[in-house]
Design a protein around this ligand. Structure first.
Ligand SMILES: [Zn+2]
Length: 258
């Protein structure tokens, strides 16, 4: 059966001299693994080797039986028509940082979604994130976009952290920095914020600065936050993803020093 979809390449590894195995995050089908036969040949049907983060229309044949939950068989990519990638990163001062943030986001997406489990809103959000980041030359703004993407990803895969009240005693946080019952802690095991009365029960908790607590309880403050605060939040997220994945994300060290 041939399936047409919009897709973003989130992983690409060489399979042979001439072929690649690629992982696409598709809009309607979800994540798929596919073999791109002959993609590395000079006259490839895909316009050359398929690059991670490239996006466009794909056609693939899904040889596995949809009722078979194992799904170990790769689909076969028959067409890939890359879309124009936008302004490109050349010349941007923070291009490498922006690119590393995109790779980091792709890595998280790969590990937190299941094959053939569609998330169209997450697809749209990821594509928007890639486009926004790749035309941004301001490091704090790139970090803010990454933080918001990670929150969107967690929400889409059913792991949304609890940020508007203490996970344990349900005390609500007011959305004003001045009125937050400080100190506030983040706990991965609790999947959210815990208050000063409850924190002794959560050995993995991390104390937040006042500014980081303000941002996490009122996400609209994130785009305006100082770089120091964004780095603090990103460090907490990396620890959180390390817990979720059972190991640190490979790209983590290129985003912020832990
Ligand atoms: Zn509490």
């Amino acid at each position: 059966m041939l399936t047409k979809d919009l897709a973003i390449c989130i992983r690409a590894v060489d399979y042979s001299e001439t072929s690649q195995v690629v992982t696409f995050f598709t809009r309607e089908t979800g994540k798929i693994g596919a073999i791109a036969k002959g993609s590395k040949r000079p006259k490839s049907a895909f316009g050359g080797p398929i690059e991670i983060l490239s996006h466009g229309k794909i056609v693939f044949s899904d040889s596995s039986d949809r009722s078979d939950s194992s799904r170990e068989k790769l689909a076969t990519l028959t067409e890939f028509e890359p879309a124009y990638g936008g302004p490109g990163l050349a010349g941007l001062h923070n291009a490498l940082f922006a690119l590393n943030c995109c790779y980091f986001a792709a890595e998280l997406l790969d590990h937190l979604t299941d094959d053939y489990d569609p998330h169209p809103e997450l697809f749209d959000g990821f594509l928007q994130f890639l486009q926004d980041v790749q035309k941004n030359d301001n490091k704090p703004q790139i970090l803010a976009l990454l933080i918001l993407f990670q929150l969107g990803l967690l929400k889409e895969v059913g792991l949304q952290p609890i940020l508007d009240h203490c996970v344990n005693c349900k005390t609500r946080y007011e959305h004003q920095a001045s009125s937050i019952q400080y100190p506030v802690y983040f706990s991965s095991s609790a999947n959210g914020l815990v208050c000063k009365d409850c924190e002794p029960a959560f050995p993995d908790k991390i104390k937040l600065s006042r500014d980081a607590a303000a941002c996490l309880t009122s996400l609209k403050q994130i785009p305006e936050a100082a770089e120091k605060t964004l780095k603090e939040i990103q460090r907490i997220f990396i620890r959180h993803f390390t817990e979720l994945l059972g190991r640190p994300p490979k790209m983590a060290k290129y985003i912020v020093r832990i």
